[in-house]
Design a binder for this molecule. Structure first.
Ligand code: AMP
Length: 597
């Protein structure tokens, strides 16, 4: 077994490693540290994030520089501000016993004067984003004409972000005879060409296989109807009470929307995307790091540089277009010797993408079922049991015990246990007891028998609102719930057409729905509602383009023109209820988690 002692590191570094608690070198460290220490060479290393590559280049660089010289000897280029700060912090820890060491991070969005001041004090190592570095070289605030070592970290990301020109410009100010060490998680041809252009016979070090995700990550996929994506996400989270995850969406809009829905539903979630200011992003990342946020909903671009250990799950709310992007996403988990899971929510038409990923990544993706409501209740129940078991008793409670005893003395131990568990369990149970099966099989059919019998048990309604009113199915569902006060799963099969829509509720709620919609207006137009002869999707789902099979007229044209006397549009609709009903608040069984449903 390889040890840090056997890699050739000096005593002061071994001491720092000991302080950090690293027990043995990771694969990339075992393969690169002895090479870089013993040779003056260029190197290309194919390694995922989270494999310990900062130490793999950091220790050799720290050991090789002359700390007595106040001249910049090492330059590390990295794609994001986040990464720059992290690399800098790691290097300071690795070199904590190197007296006089000065590592300075320079990146955009912070005071250039302050950074220039730090450099002027004499920084042996500069860690920089390409944009700010180029700027500072242009203003002669930093001098890299005498560097001996240059690291291009996450080279594929830097190129993805369009930094090719900046990197070329920066390197033209550095000496030819320096050593360049390039690290990249993937090896597209652009990265290979950088290697050719800027390096001299680089040694190649590969950790795992090219373009292959980390082996510590397992990949699972869940097949649902597109409209059930969000429900599936919630269930996956509820079935993993200790989840600490990054949820990837394709667009900023989806990212914001999914995060907002999660927050509204009581999850510890936040959005991270390019429309947020740097300050807002810093706040979000701080909360994520401190685990106040369990689900960070992010775009691929914004998530670059998220370097947080212990992420348990990466959730692909939508699949990316690029295989490389998938590799980067899944590389956010399974870091630092831990295992992680990459969950993918797909619709039936995306199954071919899973096959393509399997082929290219040479990984198998396990088809899993979205957990049923009862499975989730069970998971939550045992999670609670374990949490109680592991909770340290707070003896400040002791003084209240006699009074608590007075309140509870009539209950047996068994009754007390049942009551304690019911506090939390009932909340999940009530939410999930009627939950449908979200899984679809390969033929695209919903698998649940209960689902198939909805048409008999439910009432289908026609309503004279549609996409022309700027309502997508989710907006309409919210509106219906707002008006009827029905729960999320009590309004289903919402189908929006241009000028009208359909939705279902249980037969038992039909009267309540008809009553709730009496004299309710939407943007000054009376909302009209009728029970449809068409009992549901199975009974002839209306075609998206054409008229519904049940023979309804477009009520907007043919329907009533009645206006509510003297009404003034205040919100979107005027009528009865206002705020959508929210799920019950958590009853506080001691965890950091807020409301969960
Ligand atoms: P990196 O890939 O450099 O971003 O490292 C990921 C995380 O692993 C960082 O938090 C490092 O501190 C940690 N780390 C690096 N090397 C080791 C090691 N040999 N053993 C345990 N943790 C490590």
């Amino acid at each position: 077994m390889s040890t840090f002692q056997s890699l050739g590191l000096e005593e002061n570094f071994l001491q720092a490693i000991n302080d950090l608690g690293f027990e043995k070198p990771s694969e990339v460290q075992q393969k690169t540290i002895p090479l870089l220490l013993s040779q003056d060479t260029d190197m290309v290393s194919l390694a995922q994030t989270g494999t310990g590559k900062t130490a793999a280049f950091g220790f050799p660089m720290l050991q090789k520089i002359d700390v007595e010289r106040r001249q910049t000897q090492g330059l590390i280029l990295s794609p994001t501000r986040e990464l720059c700060m992290q690399i800098t912090a790691e290097l300071k820890l690795y070199g904590k016993y190197l007296k006089g060491l000065n590592v300075v991070a320079i990146y955009g969005g912070a005071s250039i004067t302050e950074q220039a001041k730090q450099i002027k004090k004499g920084a042996q190592i500069v860690v920089a984003t390409p944009g700010r570095m180029k700027d500072m070289i242009g203003r002669r605030l930093v001098d890299i004409s005498q560097i001996d070592y240059c690291v291009l970290d996450e080279a594929d990301e830097m190129l993805n972000m369009g930094f090719y020109e900046d990197i070329t410009e920066i390197l033209s100010h550095s000496p030819r005879e320096k050593n360049t060490w390039l690290f990249s998680a993937t090896m597209p041809k652009e990265v290979a060409s950088i290697g050719k252009k800027f390096m001299n016979n680089p040694l190649e070090v590969t950790i795992g296989t090219k373009n292959v995700g980390a082996s510590s990550v397992s990949h699972e996929f869940f097949m649902v109807n597109a409209k059930d994506r969000y429900q599936a996400l919630k269930r996956l989270s509820d079935a993993n009470p200790e989840i600490f995850s990054v949820v990837f969406c394709r667009t900023k809009r989806d990212t914001q929307k999914v995060a907002e829905m999660l927050i509204e539903d009581g999850y510890n979630a936040a959005a991270l995307h390019g429309d947020l200011s740097q300050n807002q992003r810093d706040v979000v990342m701080k909360s994520f790091r401190s685990r106040q946020i369990q689900m960070l909903v992010a775009t691929d671009v914004a998530a670059r540089g998220i370097d947080v250990d212990d992420i348990t799950h990466v959730v692909n709310y939508q699949l990316p277009d690029e295989i490389e992007t998938y590799t980067h996403r899944s590389g956010r988990t399974g870091r630092a010797g831990k295992t992680g899971t990459s969950l993918v929510i797909i619709t039936k038409s995306e199954l071919r993408k899973i096959k393509a990923l399997e082929k290219i990544l040479q990984k198998s993706f396990i088809k899993k079922e979205v957990p049923s409501g009862m499975e989730i209740c069970e998971k939550q129940l045992f999670h609670l049991a374990n949490k109680i078991k592991d909770t340290e008793i707070n003896h400040d409670i002791d003084v209240y015990l006699p009074k608590i005893n007075d309140v509870l003395e009539s209950f047996s131990k068994e009754e007390l246990i049942k009551k304690v568990f019911s506090v939390e369990f009932t909340r999940f149970y009530n939410y999930y007891k009627k939950a449908k099966d979200l899984n679809i099989d390969h033929s695209g059919d919903l698998k649940n028998v209960q689902e198939k019998s909805f048409s008999e048990k439910s009432t289908r309604f026609f309503v004279n609102l549609g996409r022309k009113d700027d309502l997508q199915w989710m907006d309409l569902k919210d509106l219906i719930r707002e008006i009827t006060k029905l729960g999320k799963d009590e309004v289903f099969h919402v189908d929006t057409m241009d000028t009208f829509s359909f939705f279902n509720t249980d037969v038992a709620h039909a009267d309540q729905v008809m009553e709730a919609f009496k004299e309710v207006y939407y943007h000054d137009r009376l909302i009209e509602i009728e029970i449809s002869a068409d009992r549901g999707r199975q009974g002839g789902r209306p075609s998206k383009k054409g008229k519904p099979s049940g023979g309804f007229r477009d009520k907007k044209r043919g329907g009533s023109d009645k206006k509510r006397g003297g009404s003034e549009a205040q919100g979107k609709f005027q009528g009865k209820s206002r705020r959508p009903q929210e799920r019950p608040k958590a009853t506080g069984t001691g965890g950091k988690r807020r409301r969960r449903m």
